[in-house]
Write a protein that binds this ligand. Structure first.
Ligand code: UDP
Ligand code: MG
Length: 168
């Protein structure tokens, strides 16, 4: 038993199919806590960084298009951090196998996933697979101020003349 955190993405197909509520309900069965959440417009840089480990796979370009929302006319995903006991395996279990045809039909991917004609697994959800992957991914998608726990070490830094948007 370990207290862990894990990154979840509701992928563009999940948003397009209005599955956000269903997926969050399924995830609430884990009794884990949501420690962060945001809707993110996914840039090419973020997509490629997120899937860096798969860059030599033949489906890499299609995967980048998929996570950027190019196949679903909306460039966004919902990113969340779940926190609690054995968070990584609990969330992966409810997600189901990567290939939606092999996933148990009672899992999120088994219920809502499909294989496209290009052969991409459109499986509605991403979840970190290991503590190392979770740390790398959470730091990629969230800043320390956006997560309610300071789960990883932080440092203070003085930002000089930062340009940022404010409400007009
Ligand atoms: N993927 C795919 N075909 C494959 C393997 C993976 O389309 O043969 C896609 C799928 O959307 C998957 C993502 O690439 O969720 C990341 O792959 P990974 O092996 O990390 O699976 P996951 O951790 O998402 O279960
Ligand atoms: Mg993975």
């Amino acid at each position: 038993m370990a207290i862990e955190q894990t990154l979840v993405l509701i992928k563009p197909d999940g948003l397009k199919k209005s599955l956000t509520g269903n997926i969050l309900s399924r995830l609430s069965e884990t009794r884990l806590e949501i420690a962060a959440a945001r809707i993110v417009s996914v840039t090419k840089e973020l997509a490629e960084a997120h899937y860096a480990a798969l860059k030599d796979q033949p489906f890499f370009q299609e995967l980048i298009d998929y996570i950027m929302g190019e196949l679903h006319e909306r460039r966004r995903v919902m990113a969340l951090v779940y926190h609690g006991e054995d968070a990584i395996s609990k969330v992966r279990e409810i997600c189901g196998a990567t290939n939606p045809e092999e996933a148990d039909p009672r899992t999120i991917r088994g219920a809502y996933g499909r294989i496209t004609t290009l052969g991409i697994y459109e499986n509605a959800i991403h979840a970190s697979a290991t503590p190392e992957e979770a740390e790398r991914e959470i730091k990629l998608w969230f800043g320390p101020d956006e997560v309610v726990y300071h789960i990883y070490p932080v440092q203070e830094t003085e930002v000089k003349n930062p340009k940022r948007l404010i409400w007009a």
